[in-house]
Design a binder for this molecule. Sequence first.
Ligand SMILES: [Zn+2]
Length: 302
Amino acid sequence: MDWAFDEANRDAEVEAVDLPEYVGLRTAFKFVCPAEICRCLLNHAIPEKRVPYFRTWPGHNHHPDCDIDGAQKLVSKARRERLDTRDEKNFAACPARLVLKVHREVVDSEAAVSGSAGRTKAARDHQGDGESQSSGNSRRTVGTIRHICRAFLNYPHNRDQSLSIPGIDGHSYLSAFKKIPWEGLGQYPSRKIFYAPLHWSKFKVDENSIEISLDAGLRENKKLIDGHKVIVDWSDWSKAKRTVLQKELEGRLEEAKEAAGTKKKAWLFFIGEQDSADRRYFRVDDSRLICCFVDELIWVSY
Ligand SMILES: [Zn+2]
């Protein structure tokens, strides 16, 4: 599993990739399955060369009716066929909007005295919701692009679902995302969630930034000779946050190498500005606006 709730911290939603930073900042944590009916105890793993993950402890299985298992079945269906858009339950995992909040530690005395309402609030705050959840649309609001990109991969036949991201041209999954083509060095003046596969080459890392090469750009006999690159300016990030991103990228590259020969690739997703003087480069400076998944990208024409 790649996300869980931390019961010891009022059900904060924790992404597996964030584990090195998350556990480093806390003395107490207890990870559980986020499904209300299940909440089985989860173990976490932070392997040296792989992306961190959650898994069940021996003897602590998911509840037979666990929503998370249900979601997995739903996802395999969603990857095969279009889901009925009239049934909101089908799209509980598809975020409707991204809201970037100014970061703050949630201190909520009401929630601290526990009670499920308090817990729900804490979990909502962690996602960066606010009151928009009750606007009649049950699809959720998120605080990073991660769940949005996961939904883009998992619901290929429903990419016409609405999506609102501040500053992005496009109001559906279909129009908010833009693939950087395999061939050519293009110019992309519209602000989108860009995506392309990672190139095999090493990441260039220093105090101020990490440079990520994409498998997209100028080619000669199919070989990449001058590719697009994403420069993440992390000069004002904590060391832990830098480690999280670097580890995620290196782990995904390893996963992608192991998946060579299959249809899976390491897809980098990001919201960034293209350099106006040198179109090869894109710049990103917010850790909430970049993520990477190893997956098959399913193409569907609309
Ligand atoms: Zn479960």
